[in-house]
Design a protein around this ligand. Structure first.
Ligand code: PGA
Length: 248
């Protein structure tokens, strides 16, 4: 069975003045029976690690495919790890859309992240027109195969299914639709890594996860947690999502 994970994605939010919120989320994590992880802008990683302490992991939100070089403004996986990050989000749909990241580029970034010792949270998901065209399963299946480099180890991966049209919109797929995609992704992982290793890869759902829908999503088969954007910014919203995954 895969470990249960709630991951926050702060996107382009977060200044030093927000560190008390990270500290508050970390203290909620201390009592949680699931893994809690907060992915923050690179500028905040080192300070976030300091306030989070041992109870919550801190991740980056992207990295360059190379470890170093003449790439002004870029941040490598090695730099994220050096700052204290243990994870990195890769292939988020905002990166795919805003920066033209293809599956091949995402795979290179995943390789670089694994090389740097990070756990890669690989994001995939269909657009609204792909869903309307009935292409969801073929799109996410293709992204899964093509975004994971050939030599990746299953135990260094987390997969996040994030329908593009559900991110930041307050809309979510039905629970049946989420379950269908997660079953498809689990089968794809099994073809790639074998059923045993595939079963241990956390499969997260992302896209408008809120305190009022988290429990229903977490109850679905093959859903091991969530990647949470907007609701991770405020401990008042993020706390109940963490509790929904681990209702002790
Ligand atoms: P959202 O974002 O929870 O604000 O929809 C999710 C994400 O982009 O990871």
């Amino acid at each position: 069975m895969a470990r249960k994970v709630v991951a926050g994605n702060w996107k382009m939010h977060g200044l030093g003045s927000d560190l008390p919120r990270i500290e508050a989320i970390a203290s909620q994590s201390a009592a949680a029976g699931c893994e809690v992880l907060l992915c923050v802008p690179a500028t905040l990683i080192e300070r976030a690690c300091r306030v989070a302490g041992p109870d919550m992991a801190i991740g980056g939100e992207d990295c360059h495919p190379k470890a170093q070089g003449a790439h002004t403004g870029e941040v490598s996986g090695a730099m994220l790890a050096d700052a204290g990050a243990s994870h990195v989000i890769l292939g988020h749909s905002e990166r795919r859309a805003d920066h033209g990241e293809t599956d091949a580029i995402v795979a290179q970034k995943v390789e670089a992240a694994l090389e740097a010792g990070l756990i890669a949270i690989v994001c995939l998901g269909e657009t609204l027109s792909e869903r309307d065209a009935g292409a969801t399963l073929s799109v996410v299946g293709r992204q899964l195969v093509a975004s994971i480099p050939t030599d990746a180890e299953a135990d260094r991966l987390i997969i996040a299914y994030e329908p593009v049209w559900a991110i930041g919109t307050g809309r979510t797929p039905t629970t049946n639709e989420i379950a269908e995609v997660h079953a498809h992704l689990r089968a794809g992982l099994a073809r790639r890594f074998g059923p045993e290793k595939a079963a241990d890869v956390p499969l997260l759902y992302g896209g408008s996860v809120k305190p009022n829908n988290a429990a229903a999503i977490f109850a679905l088969p093959e859903v091991d947690g969530a990647l949470v954007g907007g609701a991770s910014l405020d401990p008042v919203d993020f706390g109940p999502i963490i509790t929904a995954l681990d209702p002790r």
